[in-house]
Ligand binder design. Structure first.
Ligand code: NDP
Length: 499
């Protein structure tokens, strides 16, 4: 959807050139708020395109892997500057292809900039360490070495921030990249690549191909020239990638689904807890991996919490994400719409009480989009499907708990373990929760959402496997640690016979 209403066709980026797929085919991406508006046409790539991209990336390791890391950092700093200049354009691209409110999209751009800044500075660190050797006249130290070619496979819900938080640490560590964005959000990917191209990345260092994950993704996982795979997306796909990459003895990290709970204890500050749950459940239309999909409320505060929850949910406005007055935007795709509506039906059939919302909005301004009302189920039991499975939409299940132990048990009763939170004024109970919550990220008196780029991000159980992303840990996945021993003595000496 260009400004002059012509539908633009976007290309793959391989070896420093924008080119068509070998298939000669493209596919359209529609704006989820107005499905008659086409955002652009994108390449329907084939496995051959993935192989070409890997070949270019493999060749480019010679240049990029040997470039001094501070010089790589300088290119990332340049990309940061360019992204800052294009921030409004990037945010708009996110909203028109993913649907989220423009303020959330701008938040995503800022998050992408934060991670690029953080990773760029790492060009002057990438520390190993030295340690005394057990032998005389011997120096022992460690150093980091890139993996080579890394495949980045990303989802649609953060079409800029997630690729950026993989790409920046991956590049600074000296790897070259084949990047496969989600098929429904390729515009942000094109713009991200444009920014790194303009920043001066040598040809072949970053390659991007659009098209079906099943065939292209599989090619990337299988190719022997790909040394590592960093994936974010659904648990079934991540599980299959982990299994295959492990068989091939490749490094793999997968960030996957969530079923995040906020626990509200009797002594919670409702002025904090209710807005936190509303923002967590319905912000970005519930399509965040860290979205609050369960509220577990202690008996004594349940009625007050529910009154305020309904009041604040009722005040939310639904509409096109480009309209700054709207709080909740459309779902991202027809697929997402169908899934969310199906789960609303399942919840009702299972006997949960549909306390708020639940409707597919189709009249007037909603006629051309994928809109569902913010939805709240109460009387939810922990073994129901809506309590166990990731819905990934604006649907909140509310549970009543008898005490903190019961609340934490409900919270921990799912296969996922990404994020959770507790609202309490009692430090002892806060720590009880922190020490027993089965999630990779825990929040106290704050929503289940988000994270800061200089702290690790990721989940337990079915939510994540492999090394954490972001934080100092975020660089570990993208490097091998090499241990070096240098004997600088003159002549022979007695050596350990242990290994
Ligand atoms: P999918 O797993 O469907 O897709 C993710 C990516 O994998 C897409 O690029 C997709 O391509 C590609 N893909 C699909 N099939 C294969 C395959 N067989 N081999 C390799 N790649 C493949 O997830 P969604 O895009 O639907 O994303 C939503 C999910 O992401 C949710 O479960 C959410 O919780 C999770 N997520 C987790 C986060 C975390 O940090 N834990 C953060 C954000 C989201 P294509 O689009 O062409 O199908």
């Amino acid at each position: 959807m260009s400004d002059n209403n012509e539908i633009k066709t976007y290309q793959n980026y391989i070896d420093g050139a924008w080119i068509d797929s070998t298939s000669g085919q493209t596919y359209p991406v529609a704006n989820p708020a107005h499905t008659d508006q086409i955002v652009g046409n994108f390449q329907s790539s084939l496995p051959q395109d993935a192989e070409n991209a890997v070949a270019a990336a493999h060749e480019a390791t010679k240049v990029w892997g040997t470039m001094p890391a501070p010089q790589r950092g300088a290119i990332l700093f340049k990309a940061l500057e360019i992204m800052g200049c294009r921030a409004d354009e990037m945010a708009r691209a996110i909203t028109i292809e993913e649907g989220k409110p423009i303020a959330d999209a701008m938040g995503e751009v800022k998050r992408a900039m934060n991670i690029i800044e953080y990773a760029a500075g790492e060009g002057r660190r990438l520390f190993g360490y030295t340690t005394p050797s057990e032998l005389p006249d011997t120096v022992a130290y460690t150093m980091k070495r890139p993996l080579g070619v890394v495949a980045l496979i990303t989802p649609w819900n953060f079409p800029l921030a997630i690729p950026a938080w993989k790409l920046a640490p991956c590049l600074i560590a000296g790897n070259t990249v084949v990047y496969k964005p989600a098929s429904s959000t390729p515009l942000s990917a094109v713009k991200l690549v444009e920014i790194f191209e303009e920043a001066g990345l040598p040809p072949g260092v970053l390659n991007m191909i659009t098209g079906p994950g099943g065939s292209i993704g599989n090619t990337l996982v299988e190719d022997s020239r790909v040394g590592g795979i960093s994936f974010t997306g659904s648990t079934p796909v991540g599980t299959a990638i982990t299994a295959r990459a492990s068989e091939l003895l490749k490094k793999v990290q997968c960030e996957m689904g969530g079923k995040n709970a906020a626990i509200i204890l009797n002594d919670a500050d409702l002025d904090k807890a209710v807005p936190g749950v509303v923002q967590g459940a319905f912000g970005s239309t519930g399509q965040r991996c860290t979205a609050t999909s369960r509220a577990i409320v202690e008996d004594g505060i349940y009625d007050d919490f529910m009154d305020e929850l309904i009041k604040q949910t009722n005040a939310l406005t639904v509409g096109d994400g480009l309209d700054e007055t709207k709080d909740v935007a459309p779902l991202s795709s027809k697929n997402q719409l169908d899934t969310v509506l199906e789960y609303i039906g399942i919840g009702t059939e299972e006997g949960a009480r549909l306390t708020f919302g639940g409707h597919h909005l189709q009249d007037g301004e909603f006629a051309d989009g994928y809109y569902v009302e913010p939805t709240i189920f109460t009387d939810v039991k922990p073994d129901m499907r809506i309590a166990q499975e990731e819905i990934f939409g604006p649907v909140l299940s509310v549970f009543k708990a008898s005490d903190i132990t019961d609340a934490v048990n409900i919270s921990n009763s799912v296969e996922f373990g990404l994020s959770s939170s507790v609202y309490t004024r009692d430090l002892t109970r806060a720590y009880e929760y922190i020490n027993t919550a089965h999630t990779g990220m825990v929040h106290v008196n704050a929503p289940t959402l988000g994270g800061e780029v200089h702290l690790p991000f990721g989940g337990l159980g079915s939510s994540g496997i492999g090394q954490r992303e972001q934080g100092t840990e975020g660089f570990d996945f993208f490097s091998e640690t090499i241990t070096v021993y240098i004997d600088h003595s003159a002549g022979a000496k007695e050596r350990s016979r242990f290994i």
